[in-house]
Write a protein that binds this ligand. Structure first.
Ligand SMILES: Cc1cc2nc3c(=O)[nH]c(=O)nc-3n(C[C@H](O)[C@H](O)[C@H](O)COP(=O)(O)O)c2cc1C
Length: 392
């Protein structure tokens, strides 16, 4: 890698939305994030961006320290340009087109991976967009092809001469979905055959895989972390320091509770959440510092329940709850995160909890039984099959 590589938050639809981005800012302060895609059609968005798409660049401009790159998905380059006009370079120097989403819906509309179905259409579309938007403005995120890695060199040929801001390669085909290993050699091929800054996406789970990526693809200028940040939300600190994150049980539980509260208030009243961020009351980096998470918990419980309290025992939660959607988002995070924790936390009983009170009570009970006040969060290879479609 030539300079100090950029490690960023990958776009994940329905996952790295504003409350998750704010929480990641609190856990490990990544410097760059890309928004999940906004699906753009002739009819949508009609005359303005949705308020919750990229608040960091709009209502909250300057309130948070990270850079955010907006991403859109469409099969119609004219619609991309129509919406891009609402996000001028002074607001977002770079905007990204998704050419990787594997969903049948996207494919059907020649969007996402569907853009790769016809290499001539792909080449013409990206060339046209790059010319309209000007040098250094358009970023592309793509897969290696539809069915076969052999499609990639031809697709890449069309991009190579263009002045793109960034090319991120999720090193799988559409047919792969999220299964199997990402092919980092293909990312190296792209980095070595273009002058575009190439970033890798896929299968970076911690310091070790990060070192392997750098050895396999020495010319890439950065990497995105997707599911790796769900398995370890402190991964950005690990990748900077080379050290595993060590955290105290109560701090960890408070951090998780804050995640659920952020989801809850975002669903209840996103405007209220944004006001607090604009006032500088939320968004500080807490890392593994108990006092900082305590302060954030107080701020968020006050916002959600109208009463500030701490989650020092799950009992403080007895007469309160979380909305079912916020709790299901917490459970989704947990389904990944448990793979980076010591064995007692991997119990299926936690995954089966139907109520937030049960979930937090069980967590506290495990922390108490476990006896160790601090533990390491870090990648455990034994879980990889679970995330690579090899489970069955
Ligand atoms: C739930 C989910 C949602 C995703 N949404 C998007 C998206 O909105 N835009 C995009 O370019 N990629 C999206 N991706 C792909 C990721 O950005 C990333 O390229 C892929 O997960 C491989 O990286 P990883 O192994 O680090 O997860 C999504 C992936 C997942 C798992």
């Amino acid at each position: 890698m030539r300079h100090s590589p950029q490690i960023s938050v990958a776009p994940m639809e329905g996952v790295t939305t504003f409350p998750m981005r704010l929480w990641l800012q609190m856990t490990a302060q990544p410097r760059i994030m890309t928004s999940p895609f906004l699906r753009v059609t002739r009819a949508f968005p009609e005359d303005a961006l949705p308020d919750t798409f990229i608040p960091e660049l709009m209502q909250l401009r300057g309130a948070l320290p990270y850079e955010l790159i907006p991403q859109m998905i469409t099969g119609d380059p004219q619609q991309f340009l129509r919406v891009a006009e609402w996000i001028p370079p002074a607001i977002a120097p770079v905007i990204e087109l998704n050419c990787g989403c594997p969903s049948p819906n996207s494919m059907g509309q020649f969007a996402g991976s569907g853009m790769l179905r016809d290499p001539e259409f792909f080449a013409r579309s990206i060339e046209g967009l790059a010319a309209e938007l000007g040098p250094g403005r358009l970023a592309i995120k793509m897969r290696l092809g539809i069915e076969d890695d052999a499609e990639f060199p031809h697709l890449l040929e069309a991009l190579a001469p263009l002045p793109l801001a960034r090319l991120t390669v999720h090193a799988r085909t559409r047919a792969d979905g999220y299964r199997g290993q990402a092919r980092w050699t293909a990312v190296q091929h792209a980095a070595a055959h273009t002058t575009i800054p190439v970033h890798a996406s896929g299968d970076i789970w911690g310091w070790e895989s990060w070192q392997k990526l750098q050895a396999t693809a020495p010319d890439v200028q950065g990497a995105m972390i997707g599911r790796g940040l769900l398995r370890n939300p402190w991964i950005f600190t690990e990748l900077q320091t080379g050290q595993r994150t060590r955290i105290a049980g109560v701090t960890f539980i408070n951090a998780l509770f804050c995640y659920a509260l952020l989801q809850d208030i975002f669903l209840q009243d996103a405007g209220k959440l944004m006001q607090r961020v604009a006032k500088g009351r939320l968004g500080q980096t807490c890392g593994t510092d108990f006092a900082a998470w305590e302060k954030t918990t107080v701020e968020l419980t006050n916002l959600v329940y109208g009463v500030p309290f701490l989650l020092l025992q799950a009992d403080s939660f007895k007469h309160r709850s979380l909305s079912p959607v916020a709790f299901s988002r917490l459970r989704f995070l947990w389904s990944y995160l448990r793979s980076s924790l010591p064995e007692p936390f991997t119990t299926p009983a936690l995954m089966r909890c139907k109520q937030p009170l049960d979930f937090f009570q069980q967590l506290f009970a495990i922390v108490e039984e476990w006896g160790e006040s601090d533990w390491d969060i870090g990648h455990q290879e034994t879980w990889d099959a679970h995330f690579s479609g090899l489970r069955g």
